[in-house]
Design a protein around this ligand. Structure first.
Ligand SMILES: [Fe+2]
Length: 264
């Protein structure tokens, strides 16, 4: 890939995503949030590639993946008014369709196109797919971590604002905001197991699921950021302070300590 390619891609991204803005301020708010999320995910990606020994071309592909990973979110919200894939479409697959339809990846070498398409298609899946080669896997692992780090920032901000002003804050609530927690979700987080999004029943399940993402972070540098930003205490603070939640805190703290002690 030529260095020039990235600037063109950034222009394409701005043009493409701006097409979906219109009269509906609710839709505009959500689209703006995804533009901002993309910019911040690129920053998280810079941090990660800076911590790993990647060559210049790998760094460029990583930046490209960060820029393009959520293009499917724009037609998704515009058409369905939700970011819930289960109630609309798989936004990763839709993103690949957009890139193909718009000819965005045409100038890339075949293997680079594969890396980008795979990362975009699978970045939001519950777990890493099996059978990918190490180089393809690298970009998928990077975007999954960079994406999660920024989503954690967003949700922490959303939870705080909703708590401060529950009525004045209009943002899509995908699940009922009840005080209970589903036992299946609690057990999965306690045991460090991935959670199917279809299992989430109430908003607290979503919060717990997001805390459990720490187990899915691929790089110690990502766990370090999760820890430095105090996401564990921050997000747990919005859940009922029960003995079960105290146990979640204890187990995840232990996991973080172990991951950080292992890194060189
Ligand atoms: Fe994302």
């Amino acid at each position: 890939m030529e260095p020039r390619g990235l600037d063109e891609l950034k222009r394409w991204f701005d043009d493409y995503t701006n097409r979906f803005f219109g009269q509906d301020e609710y839709v505009n708010l959500h689209l703006r949030m995804k533009q901002e999320h993309t910019r911040r995910t690129c920053e998280e990606m810079f941090y990660l590639v800076g911590r790993l020994s990647l060559d210049e071309n790998q760094m460029r592909v990583a930046e490209m993946v960060a820029l393009l990973h959520d293009v499917g979110r724009f037609p998704q919200f515009s058409l369905y008014r939700t970011y819930n894939d289960l109630r609309s479409v798989n936004h990763g697959c839709l993103g690949v369709e957009v890139l193909d339809r718009e000819g965005v990846l045409e100038d890339l070498a075949a293997e680079e196109r594969l890396w980008v398409r795979t990362a975009v298609a699978h970045h939001g899946q519950k777990a890493l797919p099996k059978g990918l080669d190490d180089r393809t896997l690298l970009f998928l692992k990077l975007i999954r971590d960079a994406d999660k780090l920024d989503i954690l920032r967003i949700v922490s901000d959303i939870y705080r604002r909703r708590k401060e002003d529950p009525k004045g804050f209009s943002f899509e609530m995908e699940l009922p905001d009840e005080s209970r927690i589903s036992p299946q979700v609690l057990n999965a987080v306690l045991n460090g197991q991935p959670i199917e999004y279809s299992r989430l029943r109430v908003f607290n399940d979503m919060r717990l699921c997001q805390i459990g993402w720490v187990y899915d972070l691929n790089f110690a540098a990502s766990v370090e950021r999760f820890h430095a930003r105090n996401y564990l205490d921050d997000l747990l603070g919005y859940l009922p302070q029960t003995p079960d939640i105290a146990e979640v805190r204890r187990r995840i703290s232990g996991y973080i300590d172990t991951r950080l002690a292992q890194q060189p």
